[in-house]
Write a protein that binds this ligand. Structure first.
Ligand code: F0G
Length: 352
């Protein structure tokens, strides 16, 4: 089996790189596409369901796809420092790829509102972690203003190289399935990823690699659903902190993806998100973070509303690894029991 060289090499002809671009990679991409029959039986019995597990990327989220390219291009351009606002995963990814490239990394995060795993990643990779007493949207405004006036590269998804790298996930799904799915479901926060997937599907189609394109369906958390509501949400709230965003940067990109693909954007409640989060772990052995489960919760909602065609091939992207957010996991799980170290006590707990 040839060694996977990271997505810049594997999808080079679709990406804005040249021989002079230094490739900063951790071997991202090539994540598992897992058929999920047991989950399908529970949430959408008439569909063939697959999970694109982006938690298997090097820093545990899909952000690595965009970051390998954004950091490579920053190094090519001679940048010495990068900055981002983040609900956690972007900061973890920027910190890792920045460390690998020898860049200074500054990350702005909403104080108290990012999952522990993500914070520990940024700290370990030696980023300067700045917690603001505010939310992601405010952090994004600040870093945009700073990057416009200071010698520092912005690596949020408004950096066009982020979207370019992330589009490879759609190409990979086509390569793994042998064709595009009927429907592709994603959680939506800042809306960069749904924009990127749609671009990937369109470019692969145009290049003659596929004969059709999927319908794109995106799901926001009900307390942070500006695109669904049609207006900015000043105080977004959701347990899925990764998508706690009230004014998404790629709002227009998401609308275009949905319109052009005859898809839709809808919202799911925190309760629906947590149900899906637990089901994916219990039924399929796949541990994703809460925000990721919004895609599965959304597909379940489509099925309940009879909006999913019988026999549809559905891919749900699970955007991040469950280990990112141990606190939420511990809070929704059966707690461990503690017993004396003897066989009888343990045997009493077995229900055989
Ligand atoms: N799922 C996870 C796990 C995320 O971390 C994010 C975004 C999304 C979904 C939504 O993707 O923003 O492209 O619509 N996280 C960003 C961050 C905002 O800072 O890590 P999107």
């Amino acid at each position: 089996m040839p060694r996977w060289r990271g997505l810049i090499e594997e999808y080079r002809k679709f990406l804005p790189v040249t021989d002079r671009t230094p490739v900063i990679t951790l071997g991202e991409g090539n994540t598992p596409l897992i058929e999920a029959g047991r989950l399908a039986a529970r949430v959408a019995p008439g569909a063939r369901l697959y999970l694109k597990f982006e938690g298997a990327n090097p820093t545990g989220s899909f952000k690595d796809r965009g970051m390998t390219l954004a950091i490579s291009k920053a190094v090519e351009a001679g940048s010495k420092a990068v900055i981002c606002a983040s609900t956690g995963n972007t900061s973890a990814s920027a910190s890792a790829y920045g460390a690998r490239a020898g860049l200074a990394v500054y990350v702005l995060i909403p104080a108290g509102k990012i999952a522990l795993g993500k914070l520990s990643q940024a700290m370990m990779h030696h980023a300067v972690v700045i917690q603001i007493e505010g939310n992601f949207d405010q952090a994004l405004t600040i870093v945009k203003e700073l990057a416009a006036t200071q010698p520092i590269e912005l690596v949020n998804s408004i950096n066009p190289f982020r979207i370019e790298g992330q589009k490879t996930a759609a190409m990979e799904v086509c390569d793994q399935l042998g064709e595009p799915p009927t429907i592709h479901a994603l959680p939506v926060g800042n809306a960069g990823n749904i924009t990127a997937y749609w671009r990937g599907y369109c470019e692969y189609h145009r290049a003659g690699q596929t004969t059709r394109r999927p319908r794109m369906v995106g799901f926001q958390a009900a307390g942070a659903a500006p695109i669904v509501l049609g207006h900015i949400v000043e105080q977004p709230q959701t347990i899925a902190t990764a998508i706690r965003i009230g004014n998404p940067a790629s709002w227009q990109g998401a609308l275009a993806a949905v319109e052009e693909s005859s898809g839709l954007i809808d919202m799911v409640t925190d309760e629906e998100i947590l149900d899906a989060y637990k089901l994916v772990a219990r039924e399929e052995g796949v541990f994703c973070e809460p925000a990721s489960a919004a895609s599965v919760a959304g597909v379940a909602k489509l099925w309940r509303n009879k909006a999913l065609p019988e026999g549809a091939v559905v891919v749900c992207t699970l955007t991040g690894h469950g280990l990112k957010d141990p606190d939420t996991a511990m809070g929704v799980s059966v707690q461990p029991v503690t017993v004396k170290a003897n066989r009888e006590e343990v045997a009493r707990l077995l229900r055989l």
